[in-house]
Design a protein around this ligand. Structure first.
Ligand SMILES: [Zn+2]
Length: 451
């Protein structure tokens, strides 16, 4: 499997997956799909497993693993010629340490040093070391100029350039080219950055659906981040989605299905993917990392069902961030001008970091704290309950804070968060929204005092 699809597990999506397999053998199978649901919960994994099944020569559920198509599909260094996968460049690649280990000469350096050298040489944009946290994964972001012809918006990578660069690299350290190749092999030739433009959709999808498959009897097109398609691109795709040529399957993957045009949505079968509930995610984190239950559980709850985030959380940094949010919560009842300004500054500064895909924003932490308090206020905590709070480890502190709020206050805060979700559009808007959000809260609590 490719690096970022580090697990072949379907998680809790078994039912969706089985439905897909079954439906694909109908006389007139559905050919256009939308996989919708939050990031990091396994939509792509299911899409790729389904693609392997569709491309297999032997019509065995999930793919036989031995036919020419399956063998090509499973090759670690190349992509199946009949799988056209529009991958998002911005998404970090997650690499298990066990995969990195063969490239490490333990007498000469650690994985950390090896990756640092790649950062210094501009091969990867950065890497998030989580070996301290013990989860055994490394997230790297790639430098696009090496894979892309600058500004040309061509969907194809500059393979030859990559090879030449690798040759040069081999002169400095023999371990590096292999490692780079390993990391870059996980990038699809149809990787795109930013938005999916109409030219890319025409060249790599609309024109290609008419061609004969190379190796398999079908062609599968997967568009990750389908919501980044420009309106022009979406409109250009309508006819193909409506009547895909025989032997073509198109899967649009999105975490923001509302951004897709109604005309696109109406032409596809929409499958909803729900986040992993935290016991399932805890089990998965444990299976992938050998972390003990309390830590795995903490990561699972903090990550809101997102597997990648659960693996990459730095518990220390997270605790500091959470403490800041607890302080903000304590301000809500009696804001001073200075506190209000300081809190606004802190939350808007935090926005700048949220460009990183794996970053858990302070606003998300704040929201989960409020949802825990809402639970505490609505249930008699003296009674035994199986419900585990997201922030179970600081339950006592949350119970003390909860005493300062009425149930109506918390319902009001939850409502303000819902409004924020709906308004989430751009960085500037987000920044303004946070300021308005805190000001509304201030007004709400001030009004209550004077009533
Ligand atoms: Zn097969």
């Amino acid at each position: 499997m490719k690096a970022q699809f580090f697990t072949e597990q379907i998680f809790s999506h078994q039912a969706v997956y089985e439905h897909l397999i079954q439906a694909s053998s109908e006389a007139r199978p559905q050919q256009s799909f939308i996989f919708a649901g939050p990031d990091g919960i396994g939509k792509k994994t299911v899409a790729l497993r389904f693609a392997r099944h569709l491309l297999c020569d032997r019509n065995i559920a999930g793919g036989c693993g031995t036919c020419a198509s399956c063998r090509f599909f499973d090759k670690p260094w190349s992509w199946h010629p009949d799988l056209i996968f529009f991958q998002r460049f911005e998404e970090p690649v997650l690499i298990p340490h066990s995969e990195l280990d063969p490239y490490v000469d333990h007498d000469r350096g650690t994985i950390e040093q090896l990756l640092q050298q790649l950062v210094d040489d501009d091969w990867i944009a950065g890497h998030h070391n989580c070996s301290q946290a013990g989860s055994g994964f490394e997230a790297v972001s790639l430098i696009k100029d090496l894979v892309y012809e600058k500004n040309a918006q061509k969907p194809l990578p500059v393979r030859t350039r990559l090879e030449k660069e690798l040759e040069k690299l081999a002169q400095t350290d023999t371990r590096l080219p292999e490692l780079v190749q390993y990391i870059y092999s996980s990038i699809s030739p149809y990787t795109y950055s930013g938005t999916l433009k109409v030219d890319a959709i025409r060249q790599a999808l609309i024109l290609k659906v008419g061609e004969k498959p190379f190796l398999s009897h079908r062609r599968v097109f997967i568009l990750d981040g389908a919501d980044t398609m420009t309106t022009e691109a979406q409109n250009a795709l309508l006819k193909t989605l409506e009547e895909p040529p025989y032997a073509t399957v198109i899967i649009l993957i999105t975490a923001k299905r509302n951004i897709l045009l109604p005309t696109v949505k109406s032409r596809c079968r929409m499958l909803m993917f729900t986040p992993l509930e935290h016991t399932g995610l805890t089990a998965l984190v444990r299976a992938l990392t050998d972390l003990p239950e309390p830590e795995a559980g903490f990561r699972a709850r903090a990550a809101h069902g997102d597997v990648l985030k659960a693996l990459m959380i730095d518990p220390k940094a997270y605790s500091i961030q959470r403490q800041q949010m607890l302080n903000i919560l304590k301000h809500f009842n009696h804001y001073t001008c200075a506190d209000l300004t300081a809190d606004q500054a802190m939350l808007t500064q935090d926005l700048a970091r949220s460009n990183h895909e794996l970053y858990i924003t302070s606003m998300q932490i704040l929201e989960s704290l409020i949802s825990d308090i809402q639970y505490i206020l609505s249930h008699d905590h003296r009674k035994q309950t199986d419900h585990i709070l997201v922030h179970e480890d600081i339950r006592a502190e949350l119970e003390t804070i909860a005493q300062k709020f009425s149930f109506e206050d918390i319902a009001y805060l939850a409502h303000e968060f819902q409004k924020l979700d709906r308004r989430h559009h751009s960085h500037v808007v987000d920044q303004w929204n946070i300021i308005t959000f805190l000001q509304n809260i201030n007004l709400h609590f001030n009004g209550r005092k004077h009533r």
